[in-house]
Design a protein around this ligand. Sequence first.
Ligand code: S3P
Length: 428
Amino acid sequence: MSEQLVRPARTLQGSLVLPGDKSISHRYAMLAGLAEGTTRLSNFSTGADPHSSLACMAALGATVENKGTHIEVIGTGGEFRQPTVDLDCGNSGSTMRMLSGLIAAHPHTFTLIGDHSLTLRPMERIRKPLSLMGVKMDLVDGHAPITIHGGPLTAIDFDTPIPSAQVKTAVLFAGLQASGTTSLSESVRTRDHSEHALRAFGATLRRDQDRLSIPGGQKLHAIDATVPGDMSSAAFFLCAALLFPDSNLILDSLGMNPTRSALLDVVTALGARIKVLNLEEHHGEVIGTIQINAAPSALTTPFKIDGALTAQLIDELPVLSAIAPYTGTGISFRDAKELRIKESDRIALVAKNLKAMGAEFTEYEDGLDIPGNQQLHGATIDSGTDHRIAMAFAIAALRAEGDTLIDGAEAAAISFPEFFTHLETLTD
Ligand code: S3P
């Protein structure tokens, strides 16, 4: 386990291009592996998780090469081979859940494995729709390792009981290869990268209000794409910018898909001034350059996050919690039970680390109330080997009294290996 010392800072200034979005990188890697032809992906995520997806594509018969400037994937033309090894998803829930849908129609036996944290995460949520489509899928007490006996799939109409883009994607990827038209509705709209990625690779799908439908038996073709910068990685620096009155940060080529950019509204409400300097669209994804400065907040009551907003901010809640004590009014969030079954129990770990830094808060089963106007002190932070916890508390450390030691800081590499180097460069 590596430790990282984080000292209090006086300001945060500079400009950055974030590595490619983790969610989009997974989807491009998987669809490129299934497609016909050679896909070239620039600014692919540098995080370990999307590289687990690439390694699985190689095990399934795609040719994956890092060309320096881009990742090249020669697809299998719609025919995955019987892998000779287990499909190792590492720490990545996205890989395990979305890949299960992608491979289910192929007439082989697949075993999907992961690390200790991934083995604790619920997989019944994908077994349910996929078994309705005709897949035989064995779990161990609802968890990985997963064995999939692939074969012909039949389309289903499915209502997702939990808001999950990973489950939605598993169903869409399986539906793409089923007989008939699969349709699916979500009660809360989750990130829509799969819909954009499928269209980019040549698939047809329709959205009528909350219902998505995808005809089966479709073939994909390769693409050239640049992955937009990762908003969930940017979140750490956007939140850090809020902590210093004279901060100034420019983020270039940032993914600003509306289903991922709710954080910009939150930090604006909490006192940030954000200027959008440029906006473009590639393969359905919005990419922009933004500038952020801190300004006094006009809020008079705690910022409340619940319902659909919680689902949209699910990956940003750790860092918002970590800066909440320094805000004028505090932050309160609910409807976030899902946070307890991410790479760690993120509500429990946030609470543990806020406590270590001397913060007052109230913990609920599905959220936290964290009052503002608090001064925290440096402490030893337990990352719980969870990347977002390690990075969130490195940001809290910037405004603490005294130094902070992040235990298990190497976890940052799961999504953002360059995080601590950028933190050092941007802060003074
Ligand atoms: C992701 C969806 C979210 C998110 C995860 C990435 C995706 O998970 O927390 O980091 O790429 O689809 P759920 O779909 O389980 O909510």
